[in-house]
Design a protein around this ligand. Structure first.
Ligand SMILES: Cc1cc2nc3c(=O)[nH]c(=O)nc-3n(C[C@H](O)[C@H](O)[C@H](O)COP(=O)(O)OP(=O)(O)OC[C@H]3O[C@@H](n4cnc5c(N)ncnc54)[C@H](O)[C@@H]3O)c2cc1C
Ligand code: SF4
Length: 572
């Protein structure tokens, strides 16, 4: 990296640098800018402005060249990216092409990435549940991994803080295992979902609730949402294209334009962060090395505080690549645990069934949400021969059956007939994996990418605990679906699913009280370099069973506000 003179240093100096502009980076930017700090957001991908850069948002089905599908040639060029359900003609431009961003799979790992302003916040499915005290306290019981340095009480006010701003719809279910949040009005369950909920309540005496999902949609926008320029969700269910109404929470619709309006944010797209600069004299990080994504020109930017929000695996990569004489193995990595204990959610199975009751009803329209079965296994004590537990998605819909038999007039008549078959019931499994030292990412010694960054080697796999858990889900769900009177019940084990495809990868730079076993303290600061904070999924000590992003948002807002206070005290 070349030396930059003092004038240039001043020009390139900010109060805070945020690396990554996705869900967590957007929150860091918002919090710092609200406090009046000059904040530089470095984003490796292209700019995506709310509404104007959503090219497919208002397209009709017939306007797509391939009727919404992706041609085989493109799929073959991106065999990993094309495995995700979101890789369709209307949204593939927000997903990284495999060939352009290679990595080395020591074991199969489906790494799904969204490199642009807004990151994966444009693509996510918006499921947002709080963790409970059992989720934070549970892993300590196993004696397996590092314990959380914080509990539910520490995060609860920050959950409220982010929920109110983002807008989360949900029902106050009063569950101890899935605390209620600051909800906008809930979506409605279909009649068969209500039937299933009722049957489960009766049969399991309230121990297996089935609730409407909690999700980041403006079902009932409040003044704070209008102030962001967002409006009511129209239930079009085309969210992965980017929502012109701002109906769901994305960085692009919410936190980033908010931060921009304060006048304190500088957004720099096409800026690949290569590494963090460590100042041996002060014992602090002083800035970052950046490579321009297009010109490949190198630059340095400086700040008092650095927030890593590049998403789990990339945050690991940047930190491991930040080498100095003090930190030859990556900044803050004295215990050589960085990159290890990668964990994720296992999605290797699901269920389907049919219901031939309630045939006088059908569901109308679309709903960008489904029902949810919170974890009921091993919550308060160990009950099974596997550790941890699982949550499940659940939905029941009755849509028209298309009859495309016949030719000519017969075909036309068949297509014009609206016939409804049985109700279709589906469930997906979301299992907690146990963080293990043997599930790791590390830098390759020789190979680099187009921006001079070492390629990442990924070694992450499912184990017997995960397989036992999946089997238990299949058995329990079969029992539950049978109790509800459903027929044709099938477990659908996925043979081509690999870790990563859950898109909930976490860990590698975990929080903990002990610097011998963890990398971050309870405020998400590196134990050994206090002005570097990690608040994306890399910081997660365990993964529990909830969709993770709401927890990243709350942790980010909490850590950013702490950093502001520490800056005021002159501690950073
Ligand atoms: C199809 C799909 C469905 C999902 N559903 C849900 C769900 O229902 N609920 C849920 O909680 N989560 C869901 N997720 C996961 C959710 O999207 C992620 O947890 C979340 O986006 C992570 O936030 P982040 O800020 O860590 O990363 P991201 O949102 O990915 O943002 C990271 C940003 O950092 C940038 N970056 C990376 N490396 C560098 C670098 N070296 N220099 C500069 N910038 C860099 C990237 O380009 C990106 O913009 C889903 C994801 C997908 C794709
Ligand atoms: S369902 Fe709601 S959030 Fe999604 S695209 Fe439609 S209006 Fe926007």
């Amino acid at each position: 990296m070349t030396y930059i003179n003092n004038k240039a240093v001043k020009k390139n100096t900010f109060d805070v640098i945020v690396i990554g502009s996705g869900i967590s980076g957007g929150w860091a930017a918002k919090e710092f800018c609200d406090h009046g700090l000059k904040t530089l957001v470095l984003e490796r991908g292209k700019d995506v402005k709310h509404v104007v850069d959503y090219p497919t948002a208002m397209m009709e089905p017939w306007e797509f060249e391939h009727l919404g599908q992706v041609p085989k040639k493109l799929k073959d060029e991106s065999p990993i990216a094309s495995k995700t359900y979101i890789y369709k003609e209307d949204s593939k431009h927000f997903i990284v092409k495999d060939k352009e961003h290679p990595y080395i799979q020591e074991k199969p790992f489906d790494w799904i990435r969204g490199y642009q302003v807004g990151g994966k916040s444009l693509l996510w499915a918006r499921g947002t549940q709080r963790w409970s005290k059992y989720d934070f306290d549970g892993p300590a019981r196993d004696g397996f991994d590092v314990h959380w340095p914080i509990g539910y009480e520490d995060l609860a006010p920050w959950y409220s803080h982010v929920e109110i701003f983002a807008g989360i719809s949900g029902n106050k279910d009063g569950l101890e295992t899935l605390p209620d949040g600051e909800f906008l009005k809930p979506h409605e369950q279909t009649c068969v979902e209500k039937h299933f909920s009722q049957k489960m309540k009766e049969h399991y005496h309230g121990k297996r609730p089935v609730i409407i999902g909690r999700c980041a949609h403006l079902t009932d926008p409040q003044p704070i949402h209008y102030e962001q320029g967002r409006g009511q969700c129209q239930h079009r269910n085309l969210c992965q294209r980017g929502c012109p109404y701002g109906g769901y929470f994305s960085s692009n619709a919410s936190t980033l334009p908010w931060a921009q309006r304060t006048g304190n944010m500088t957004m720099r797209p096409n800026s690949v962060v290569h590494s963090i600069i460590y100042d041996e004299k002060t014992g602090k990080a002083s800035g970052v090395n950046v490579v321009d994504a297009i010109t490949k020109k190198e630059r340095k930017f400086y700040a008092k505080v650095i927030f890593l929000n590049a998403s789990t695996i990339n945050t690991n990569l940047i930190l491991l690549n930040s080498k100095s004489s003090r930190f030859p193995n990556g900044i803050g990595n004295d215990n050589e645990q960085m990159g290890k204990y990668i964990h994720f959610h296992s999605f290797i199975t699901g269920m389907s069934a049919e219901y031939d009751g309630m045939l006088d009803s059908k569901n109308e329209g679309t709903r960008p949400n489904g029902s949810y079965i919170p974890r009921f296994r091993n919550v308060k004590e160990q009950e099974t021969d596997f550790l941890r537990g699982y949550a499940a998605g659940f939905s029941a819909t009755r849509s028209p059956v298309t009859n495309s038999e016949g030719l000519g007039m017969e075909l036309k008549n068949n297509l014009n007939k609206t016939e409804y078959g049985n109700w279709h019931v589906g469930s997906h499994f979301m299992g907690e994996t146990v963080p293990k030292e043997t599930n790791y990412v590390k830098l390759d010694d020789k190979q680099i990418d187009a921006w001079g960054v070492p390629l990442l080697r990924v070694n992450v796999e499912l184990d017997d605990n995960d397989r036992k858990m999946a089997k238990d889900y299949e058995e329990q769900m079969t029992e539950m679906l049978t109790v509800a009177g459903f027929k044709n019940i099938k477990a659908n084990r996925k043979t081509t699913w690999n870790p990563g495809l859950d898109i909930h990868e976490m860990g590698g730079v975990v929080m903990g009280n002990d610097p011998k076993t963890s990398l971050l303290n309870k405020w998400n600061q590196l134990h050994h370099c206090k002005n570097v904070f990690v608040t994306d999924g890399a910081c997660m000590t365990s993964n529990s069973t909830q969709n993770p992003s709401l927890t990243y948002m709350a942790l980010t807002a909490r850590a950013a506000n702490y950093a502001v206070e520490e800056l005021k005290k002159g501690n950073l």
